[in-house]
Design a protein around this ligand. Structure first.
Ligand code: PLP
Length: 391
């Protein structure tokens, strides 16, 4: 039986159905006017000059790195706490991802740790706006400028998120700081089935990206460089155009859901709720299941090691997950391992610094449903289940 309350659910309506049907009836399924229309609308929405649609978010990251001539011998500073595609894309161009630890409150790159990681080989910084919260872009842009580094933003979870910090950037959308990369996978804030987008203000770069995603070709059967087939289809773009229109309302609903959940859950012992920062679009509502409260209460005896605490954290989370699932509430762990802990990353080179926060978060995090398809009753049901288990 499927869960009563799923952890993610794309919201597709008559508009999307009609748009897809129109493309089907036109007989032009691959690249027609829909892709162009979607690109233009997306660029306008993010506030950039150019947007280039791609087959998926991983392809967007790969093509962006290639377009910036990042390759073998280069290093890219990034976060170890993300979906694996972020770091994989760096490896796909032959460069080395260099992991820098994250902040406990943001789950995003800790800007204070970036500068010590910069070497003569560093070519770019690749922040992720994880769970919909913008990374600290004022600090990251200042560092990039100082050290002449490229900035590629992984905005796969943050469509429409706005940065608030230094005045000059206030209200600026993510994906408009550096070269932006987006994903439209069905669990994201908006979807095209599979799909992606690259955003930039650099016309020359955009031209190069268009070649890279189209077999290195601008003119049919003339190939200037090695490229790929990373194009989006008109079928997908037709869905994207309709989803983009609804995105502001989707994001508003996600935020309202987050406010409601936090209102009820923030006082529960042993749970840490996410900060309701301005501009956050809550791709995920990710809480932490900690054992720290107990320590403060003095119940813990001395001499218990890190190892034991880690096991305890994991056990508490496992129990919570099992009970939620038993009651039909689908919760998920994003992510159970930091990237450097994955088998696929068991090589040296990426792990130059200790990454204790990322490792601890991997043991503590738990994402509750937050998607805009949730009804008020379902939201209260989530609150009640968590309260009953954890209250
Ligand atoms: C979803 C996602 C990607 C990859 O996007 P796909 O469209 O699945 O290829 C990359 N980075 C992050 C942070 C993501 O969440």
């Amino acid at each position: 039986m499927p869960p009563l309350i799923p952890s993610a659910k794309p919201l597709l309506g008559e508009e999307e159905k009609r748009a897809v049907l129109e493309v089907l009836e036109s007989g032009k399924l691959a690249q027609g006017r829909r892709v162009q229309e979607f690109e233009k609308a997306f660029a306008d929405y993010i506030g950039v000059k150019q947007a280039i649609a791609t087959a998926n978010g991983t392809a967007a990251l790969h093509a962006a790195l290639l377009a910036h001539d990042i390759g073998p011998g280069d290093e890219v500073i990034t976060t170890p706490f993300s979906f694996i595609a972020t770091a994989n894309a760096i490896r796909m161009v032959g460069a080395i991802p260099v992991f820098v630890d994250i902040g406990e409150k943001t789950f995003n790159l800790n800007p204070a740790l970036i500068e010590p990681a910069i070497t003569p080989k560093t070519k770019a910084i690749l922040p992720v706006h994880l769970f919909g919260l913008p990374a600290e872009m004022d600090a990251i842009m200042a560092l990039a400028q100082k050290h002449h580094l490229i900035v590629i933003e992984d905005a796969s979870q943050a469509h429409g998120a706005e940065f608030f910090g230094k005045a000059e950037f206030n209200g600026k959308k993510v994906g408009s700081f550096g070269t932006g990369c987006f994903s439209f996978y069905p669990t994201k804030n908006m979807t095209t089935g599979e799909g992606g987008m690259i955003t930039t203000n650099d016309e020359e770069l955009a031209k190069k990206i268009r070649k890279i995603i189209n077999h290195g070709s601008e003119r049919k059967y003339y190939h200037d460089l090695l490229g790929y087939n990373y194009r989006l289809t008109d079928l997908a773009a037709a869905i994207g155009i309709e989803q983009l229109k609804k995105l502001p309302a989707f994001n508003k609903k996600r935020r309202e859901n987050a406010v409601l959940l936090s209102e009820h859950l923030s006082s529960l012992p042993g749970l840490v709720v996410p900060a309701l920062s301005s501009g956050h679009v809550f791709h995920q509502y990710t809480i932490r299941v900690t054992t720290e409260e107990k320590e403060e209460g003095g119940k813990r005896t001395e001499g218990q090691g890190m190892e034991k605490r880690a096991t305890e954290r994991k056990k508490m989370r496992e129990e919570l997950i099992a009970q939620c699932h038993q009651q039909g509430l689908e919760v998920a762990v994003h992510y159970p391992l930091a990237i450097h802990q994955q088998n696929a990353y068991a090589f040296s080179g990426s792990c130059r610094f200790p990454l204790p926060v990322a490792e601890k978060m991997a043991q503590e995090v738990l994402s509750l449903p937050i998607h805009p398809a949730l009804s008020p009753e379902e939201l209260l049901c989530i609150v009640n289940i968590i309260k009953k288990i954890h209250g």
